[in-house]
Each structure stands twice: as structure tokens, then as C-alpha cells.
Design a protein around this ligand. Structure first.
Ligand code: G3H
Ligand code: 13P
Ligand code: ZN
Length: 346
């Protein structure tokens, strides 16, 4: 199966009533882990690279690794997606590299830090939609702003900031004004491992983040055909944090997004679920374990192979929980050319 437009993966997920994990990658082992999990449970998959990832790996290395994934796994629908594009130029570059989907994150200005105005967001997202759809490429936009900072990207809002959540009425206008394919919503999730600032007022203990799931319900009511995206959706399993700390790590108490809340979102129109931190935790724990237990080892394969296996297990668990497992062979792939025709027919 060739690379498919992400829009097809999301349309099919909507038909089947499931969600699809979008997993961030920076290197070969992470791509291999995702593909091995997808083969294991027969799931379609979205592989995504942030600007930081493209810089780290250099654009062409990542592109060719993703193409190798498609070549070696012909039975799996794969979309190649740019995560948090910050400008028309970055999106254009990704499209030229062969990405079948881009995110134009106009919720922030081009510096990836300042909260942008609604008008700026509409204008820049619309511009990317016009450019991308002319080539059959899918576009994700974002309304509202997430907390946390990843690799310099983020407004530095508190983890469970509630002032910049997505307004459902504005979401209706945003989707109509931009013509995007998928809408990333801010409902109280944030990037990274530390997603909650909440403390129990009586005991002083940390509590999981409070999510405004009702906003997803309301947006789905208003826009039943809109594919929603949940960013910052790692579950931060305590057992993965415990492995890291058991082998010399110093992570603080961390809370993620319970899978049950994501499943509730999926019932109400969430089709793409972004997961990066959980993979990072699995990889780091596995590497620390080898270093701690077998300090004489020095062949990178001795720790990168278990790291890959640990990430595969997390990805497989998410594909199963989001309901995408078993759906790889449901449909024939569309090409970007097919998709282009669909967009022009609208
Ligand atoms: O946007 C969030 C992802 O976790 C990407 O993180 O920019 O450090 O690659 P990154
Ligand atoms: P996490 O940090 O929760 O994995 O979120 C990743 C993400 O949203 C990438 O865009
Ligand atoms: Zn994100």
C-alpha cells in the first residue's frame, strides 16, 4: 500500500467509529516500533514529525525512513504528517518532501510561542488549505491553545490552563472559514509528561488534569462531520515512570490522560490522537534498565532493540484501546491525485 492521504484514514475511522493514534518519530527505531505494532494488530497508522524532529533527523533521513516503512509494510495504510507546522513555508516544505498531511498550527504565531489572533489563524490556515488541497494533501488546524512547552513550541501556558480552551461556536466558524480536514481542540490537555497542576485541597496530593470533555461533545453536536484531534494525549502510565525512576531516573509525579477519556472523545468525533510522551517514556525506561543492569554493554543495539520493543508495546496498546486495531485492510488506498479530485469536486 502506498502512503495514503490522512483524510482517508480519518474518514474511514469516522465510518468505523474508532480513533487512530498519531505517533511522533525522530529516528529509525521509533518508526520500526510503530510499524511492528501496526502489523501485529493490523491497524492503519499516522506517523508524524514535528519541526524539531525534522531538524534533528534532517528532513531527508526521516522522509526515506518513512518511505521504507511503507515499502516494507504494504498491507498497512500509512499517512505521513507534519506536526505543529508554524508557517506556510514549513507546510510547503513538508508537502514537497512527500508528506500526505500537514498541520498548520495557527493558534500560535510563527515563533511558536505567542497566542495568535483568530483572524491570523483563519488567514494562515486557509492559505495552507488552498495550497495543500491543490495537491490532495490533508490539513489539520488548531483552535484554542494547549498548555506546556515541547522543544520550544508552546505559549508557556500552565499545564491545565483553562482560559484558552476551544469555543464550540467559534469552532463552527473556523471550520467553515478555513475548509480544513481535521480540527485540533484545546480541552485542557497539554504536551509532555506533566499535564496537571491540580492538587487535592485537603491532602495536597497531585490530581489528574481536569478535561473539558463537554466541549468535544458540543463541537460534535454542532459539527457531526468534523474530525477532531486530541493533542497532548499520552496517558503517562505510572509503571513506565516507575521503571525510569527505578533505574536512576528522577522524574517527578506525573499524570496523563486516562484512556477512558480518550475513548469518550472517540465516541464524540475524535479521530486522531497524538501520542509522543508515552513512547519517550517507554524508550527511556528500557535504555536505563540495560545501562543499570548490564553496565559493561556498549553496543547501541543492546539498548536500542529493547527500547524499540518497549515502544512497540505502548503503541500496540494504544491502537487496541483507540479501536483502530483490525482495520488495516478495510479499504483500498486513495492516492493524492484521487484526493485532489475529491477536493475540487466539492
Ligand atoms: O508537539 C509535541 C510533540 O511532542 C513533539 O515534540 O517538538 O520535542 O519533537 P518535539
Ligand atoms: P504528548 O506529549 O501527550 O505525547 O502529546 C504529543 C502531541 O500532542 C504531539 O503533537
Ligand atoms: Zn501537539
Amino acid at each position: 500500500m502506498p502512503l495514503v492521504p490522512m483524510r482517508q484514514i480519518l474518514d474511514e475511522a469516522a465510518k468505523g467509529g474508532y480513533g487512530v493514534g498519531a505517533f511522533n518519530v525522530n529516528n529509525m527505531e521509533q518508526i520500526q516500533a510503530i510499524m511492528a505494532a501496526a502489523e501485529e494488530v493490523q491497524s492503519p497508522v499516522i506517523i508524524q514529525a514535528s519541526r524539531g524532529a525534522l531538524k534533528y533527523s534532517q528532513l531527508n533521513y526521516l522522509r526515506h525512513l518513512m518511505l521504507a516503512a511503507v515499502e516494507l509494510n504494504p498491507g498497512i495504510p500509512v499517512a505521513m504528517h507534519l506536526d505543529h507546522g508554524n508557517s506556510v513555508e514549513t507546510c510547503k516544505q513538508a508537502i514537497e518532501l512527500g508528506f500526505t498531511s500537514v498541520m498548520m498550527d495557527g493558534s500560535l504565531e510563527a515563533d511558536g510561542k505567542k497566542i495568535a489572533s483568530y483572524d491570523y489563524n483563519v488567514k494562515i490556515t486557509r492559505e495552507v488549505v488552498e495550497m495543500a488541497h491543490a495537491k490532495g494533501v490533508t490539513v489539520e488546524g488548531e483552535l484554542g491553545a494547549l498548555g506546556g512547552i515541547e522543544d520550544g513550541h508552546g505559549a508557556g501556558l500552565a499545564a491545565d490552563d483553562s482560559e484558552h480552551l476551544t469555543d464550540p461556536a467559534q469552532a463552527e466558524d473556523f471550520v467553515a472559514d478555513t475548509g480544513l480536514d481535521a480540527l485540533a481542540v484545546a480541552i485542557g490537555t497539554s504536551h509532555g509528561a506533566y499535564k496537571s497542576m491540580r492538587k487535592n485541597p485537603k491532602t495536597g496530593e497531585m490530581m489528574p488534569p481536569a478535561l473539558a470533555m463537554e466541549l468535544i461533545h458540543e463541537i460534535h453536536k454542532r459539527l457531526p462531520k468534523c474530525h477532531m484531534v486530541m493533542h497532548g494525549s499520552s496517558s503517562v502510565p505510572p509503571e513506565l515512570v516507575a521503571i525510569i525512576n527505578q533505574y536512576g531516573g528522577k522524574m517527578k509525579e506525573a499524570y496523563g490522560i486516562p484512556v477512558e477519556q480518550i475513548q469518550d472523545g472517540i465516541k464524540h468525533g475524535v479521530r486522531k490522537i497524538n501520542v509522543d510522551t508515552d513512547s519517550r517514556l517507554a524508550i527511556t525506561g528500557a535504555i536505563r534498565k540495560v545501562f543499570a543492569e548490564e553496565p559493561a554493554k556498549f553496543d547501541p543495539r543492546d539498548y536500542l532493540a529493547p527500547a524499540r520493543t518497549a515502544m512497540q508495546a505502548v503503541v500496540k496498546a494504544r491502537m487496541t484501546a483507540f479501536g483502530s486495531a483490525g482495520h488495516a485492510k478495510d479499504y483500498a488506498p486513495l492516492t493524492l491525485e484521487d484526493m485532489k479530485k475529491k477536493y475540487t469536486a466539492k
